[in-house]
Ligand binder design. Structure first.
Ligand code: 3PG
Length: 378
């Protein structure tokens, strides 16, 4: 795999695939770390007098409303203020001409080409060819998308001379800490849905000492154990529940589940035995945090993906915050994923851990030691 510094790039037209899939609430970016991490590559190319065309996805696009909701306009504004230079935002390529004299261009969300037909996510070669006309070289710098073979990732890599940028190189170096972890290696997993993550969980369980769970994932495991989770988010897929039941039996000493929680409706802290059907588990409770802290005391390396509750909502961040506090005493901690990194930054732990911009991508890299898009970059 070639690195940006190995290429002859002076005065070239360069397409850069970034991952600007940042959290946005009411049009405001709530955590810009993915954008900040992309600046080194962009500045390097501007210094080489390249014409730079930036591509990124944002969210999922399955309807026209999703298009309005997932515009990259806030990213253009953020880039302009971070770089101190004008960014030409092209909202309707190829119908809209790109002015030839512009040095830095951002195209609208690549996933606009996922509706009405899934061209971007379907890795449509014609779409990739259309974008490829904008550049002589492709710089792949979207670590967080490297688990997705899409037209703007693998498709473009198959058409143009390709290298990785500074962000991807740094991410791979960071994640090597977890590839060969100091034992005991522990994993903390939270976030909403278990379904996508099940194959990764299966792969990680034999390799880790403990898997500590929170969020909707933990609820699904509790449900599989026939523990009532009331109205909380949990999978309804019977096959997945059966799979989780088997995992709990097979790895009963490794999988660690919450014992208490904070209810969304009343804000009350309750044990799982006290849960009633209207309750919604929205954070782990203090007993769970202490239990997790005692286990984490022994860890050599921890990888964490997903928060343990709805940490972005005031009053439901304490479980995640407490666990971050315990993690400050662990020798090596790598934290991956947009929401989790946002929680690290917003709760004041920015400099304490190794942060990865990839959620799904970092999990897959740790589980399989490679990523599909990186495999496609020769
Ligand atoms: C991420 O934030 O993890 C990446 O941008 C991937 O997003 P996706 O799951 O929508 O492909």
């Amino acid at each position: 795999m070639k690195f940006i510094e190995d290429m002859h790039l002076n005065n070239k037209r360069v397409i850069v695939r970034c991952d600007f899939n940042v959290p946005i609430i009411d049009g405001k970016i709530t955590d810009d770390s993915k954008i900040v991490k992309s600046l080194k590559t962009i500045n390097y190319l501007l210094e080489k007098n390249c014409r730079v065309v930036l591509l990124s996805h944002l969210g999922r696009v399955k309807s026209n409303e999703d298009k309005n909701k997932n515009t990259l306009l806030p990213v253009k504004e953020s880039l302009e203020s971070l770089l101190g230079t004008e960014v030409t935002f092209v909202t309707d390529y190829p119908n809209e001409d790109i002015p030839k004299d512009r040095k830095l261009i951002l195209l609208e969300n690549t996933r606009y080409f996922d509706y009405p037909e899934k061209l971007e996510s379907g890795n449509d070669l014609e779409l990739a060819k259309m974008w490829s006309k904008l550049g002589d070289v492709f710089v792949y710098d979207a670590f967080a998308s490297a688990h997705r073979r899409h037209a703007s990732t693998s498709g473009l890599a198959s058409l143009l001379p390709t290298c990785i940028g500074y962000l991807v190189k740094q991410e791979l170096e960071n994640l090597n800490h977890v590839k060969e972890p100091n034992e005991p290696f522990m994993v903390i997993m939270g976030g909403a849905k278990v379904d996508d993550k099940l194959p990764l969980i299966k792969n990680l369980l034999p390799r880790c000492e403990n898997l500590l769970l929170g969020g909707g994932i933990a609820n699904s495991f509790l449900k599989a154990k026939d523990i009532n989770v009331g109205s909380s988010l949990a999978t309804t897929d019977e096959n997945i529940l059966l799979d989780l039941k088997c995992l709990i039996e097979l790895y009963k000493d490794k999988i660690v589940l919450p014992i208490d929680f904070k209810d969304k409706n009343t804000g009350e802290i309750k044990t799982l035995e006290e849960l009633v059907n209207d309750d919604i588990i929205y954070d782990i409770g203090p007993k769970t945090a202490t239990k997790y802290g005692n286990i984490l005391k022994n860890a050599g390396t921890v990888f964490m993906n997903g928060t343990l509750g709805m940490s972005e909502e005031a009053g439901f961040e304490n479980g995640t915050k407490k666990v971050f506090e315990y993690l400050t005493n662990v020798p090596t901690v790598v934290i991956g994923g947009g929401d989790t990194v946002a929680a690290v930054n917003n709760l004041g732990f920015t400099d304490k851990f190794i942060l990865s911009s990839g959620g799904g991508a970092s999990l897959e890299y740790i589980a399989y030691q490679t990523l599909p898009v990186l495999e496609d970059i020769k």
